[in-house]
Ligand binder design. Structure first.
Ligand code: NAP
Length: 236
């Protein structure tokens, strides 16, 4: 990933920030996306402080107009995009009864439509790269169903979208992988960070390192999907 351009959504915190830090450490110019400007800029500053190259571009990926404007800016500034990590995601109410229409729209908007908007808007820039790669971050909720209707539906939908991206991308040399991680130590749903053992809640930096290895894998094959779980929760 040295000298490559990598676009990461949800890059101001958690897994997205860990991915941005890891790819920048490996020499990529990381384009960091999130909605809130202040945390995004301080995340980019942390990468600059470590000697990395980062550009912070605020955007709500659930807003198609913003996604299109962002992609135009990235295309003009960088030309080709070598890697796109669709990581931005929000949690949802856990039960059917608690989920109102606004919750549904917000979660489907960010966790599913946002992936389509950003990938579609950046498609020409991905096609311009040699061997571009799209990584879609799902979760084990994308495999087991039940629980939160909006979150599960968005993540299940992402599986179909990942397949469509892989199919459309193959003739262009673009690969696409969907990852289904279990619990990560990112403070998701207000969980305290750094309290649980790594075998209970995965270190996002370890997951980011795996993503970097996928991006560096030989371009003639593709890892379609991967399920990652903490050691003590081996299944979903
Ligand atoms: N943590 C877990 O245990 C876990 C498990 C399985 C799967 N996942 C998945 O992993 C991904 C990352 O999770 P995480 O725990 O790292 O989340 P996180 O720490 O809450 O960070 C989420 C990031 O996404 C950004 N974001 C949210 N909505 C956005 C939008 N509409 N447009 C642009 N950026 C947006 C947030 O910044 P702003 O709020 O400023 O926009 C933030 O940078 C998500 O897709 C999640 O579903 C997480």
């Amino acid at each position: 990933m040295n000298q490559k351009t990598a676009v990461i959504s949800g890059a101001s915190h958690g897994l997205g920030l860990a991915i941005a830090q890891e790819l920048a450490r490996l020499g990529s110019h990381v384009v960091m996306i999130a909605r809130r400007v202040e945390p995004l800029e301080s995340a980019a500053a942390s990468i600059h402080g470590a000697g990395g190259a980062a550009t912070a571009l605020p955007c709500d990926v659930a807003d198609a107009t913003q996604a299109q404007a962002l992609a135009a800016q990235i295309g003009a500034q960088f030309g080709a995009v070598d890697a796109l990590v669709n990581n931005a995601g929000i949690p949802a109410p856990r039960s059917f009864a608690e989920t109102d229409f606004a919750d549904w729209d917000a979660v489907i908007g960010t966790n599913l439509s946002g992936v389509f908007y950003l990938t579609r808007a950046l498609w020409n820039s991905l096609c311009r790269a040699q061997h571009a790669y799209v990584i879609n971050i799902s979760g084990t909720a994308g495999l087991r169903g039940g629980g939160s209707p909006a979150y599960g539906a968005a993540k299940f939908g992402l599986t179909g979208l990942n397949h469509a991206i892989a199919q459309a991308g193959a003739p262009q040399g673009i690969r696409s992988t969907i990852l289904y991680p279990g619990g990560m130590d990112t403070g998701w749903r207000g969980a305290p960070i750094g309290v649980q053992p790594r075998s209970e809640s995965m270190d996002p930096r370890a997951v980011a390192s795996l993503i970097a290895q996928l991006l560096a894998s030989p371009a003639e094959f593709v890892v379609n999907e991967a399920v990652l779980n903490p050691l003590h929760h081996p299944f979903m």
